[in-house]
Design a protein around this ligand. Structure first.
Ligand code: DC
Length: 218
C-alpha cells in the first residue's frame, strides 16, 4: 500500500513521513531526492535544459540507484557515488525546480516511482504524489504551514548541516520555489481533491503524526 504526503518545502513532510514510516513499519520514499539527483547529474554533465535532445540523451545515460537502507532512510546513488548529502547543496536547490518542470524528467521519475512501489508498503512524499503518481491511493495527506514557520524550519535544517544562512534569503528561496512548483504546466503542486489537510504551523512532530494516524485504518 502507498500513503501519499504532498506539500510545499518546509511544511514538515520529511520528518512526518519518516516518523510515520517508522510507526507503521512502512518504507519511507522521498521523491524530491530523485529530482535532486537528476539535477546534480545534469549540473555535472552540463546539460542544456532548453535542449530536449540533450535532456533525453542524458536521461538515458543516468545510473540512478535508490537504496531503501532502513524504513526511515533512503539513500541515492549516481553510479556507485552516494550523493544523498550532495543533493542538498544550494546549487542543486537553486536548479531543481527548473529540472523537475521538464516533461521527460517527470515521465521517467513517475515510472520509476510506480515500479519501485509495486511490492511493499510505502509512505511517499512529494508534490504530485496524490494527484498524478498515485491518484487512487486510499490515504492522501496534504501538509501546509505558515510561511514564517516554514522559513524557520528550513533555517534549523541548515544549522544542523552547519551551513550559515540568512532567514530572508531562505524566505526568498521558498517564495521562488513555491511559485515555480505550483505554477508549472505539468503536475503542479496542488492539494489532491480527496486529500486530508494537515496544518503543521502550531504542531509538534508528535502531534502531526498522531493527527495523521487518526485517519488511517490498517
Ligand atoms: O522536497 P524537495 O524540496 O527535496 O523537492 C525538490 C524539488 O523537486 C521541488 O522544488 C519540486 C520537485 N519535486 C517535484 O516536482 N515532484 C515531486 N514529487 C517531488 C519534488
Amino acid at each position: 500500500m502507498v500513503i501519499t504526503i504532498d506539500g510545499a518545502a518546509g511544511v514538515g513532510k520529511t520528518s512526518t513521513a519518516k516518523e510515520l514510516a517508522k510507526r507503521l513499519g512502512y518504507q519511507y520514499f522521498d521523491t524530491g531526492a530523485m529530482y535532486r539527483a537528476v539535477t546534480l547529474f545534469f549540473i555535472r554533465e552540463k546539460v542544456d535544459l532548453s535542449s530536449k535532445s540533450d535532456v533525453i540523451t542524458s536521461l538515458r545515460a543516468i545510473k540512478l540507484k535508490i537504496d531503501f537502507s532502513s524504513e526511515s532512510e533512503m539513500k541515492v546513488f549516481l553510479d556507485d557515488d552516494d550523493i544523498s548529502l550532495k543533493i542538498r547543496s544550494q546549487e542543486v536547490t537553486n536548479k531543481v525546480s527548473a529540472v523537475s518542470a521538464l516533461p521527460d524528467v517527470r515521465d521517467m521519475m513517475v515510472k520509476i516511482q510506480r515500479s519501485f512501489t509495486l511490492n511493499g508498503n510505502f509512505i511517499v512524499e512529494g508534490r504530485d504524489i496524490g494527484t498524478v503518481v498515485f491518484p487512487d491511493a486510499k490515504y492522501k495527506f496534504f501538509l501546509q504551514a505558515d510561511y514564517d514557520i516554514r522559513a524557520e524550519r528550513r533555517l534549523a535544517d541548515f544549522e544542523r548541516l552547519n551551513e550559515a544562512k540568512n532567514i530572508n534569503d531562505i524566505k526568498e528561496d521558498l517564495e521562488k520555489r513555491d511559485k515555480y512548483d505550483s505554477t508549472r504546466k505539468l503536475s503542479p503542486l496542488k492539494k489532491p481533491d480527496n486529500a486530508i489537510i494537515i496544518d503543521t504551523t502550531n504542531c509538534s512532530l508528535e502531534e502531526q503524526v498522531n493527527e495523521i494516524l487518526k485517519h488511517i485504518e490498517i
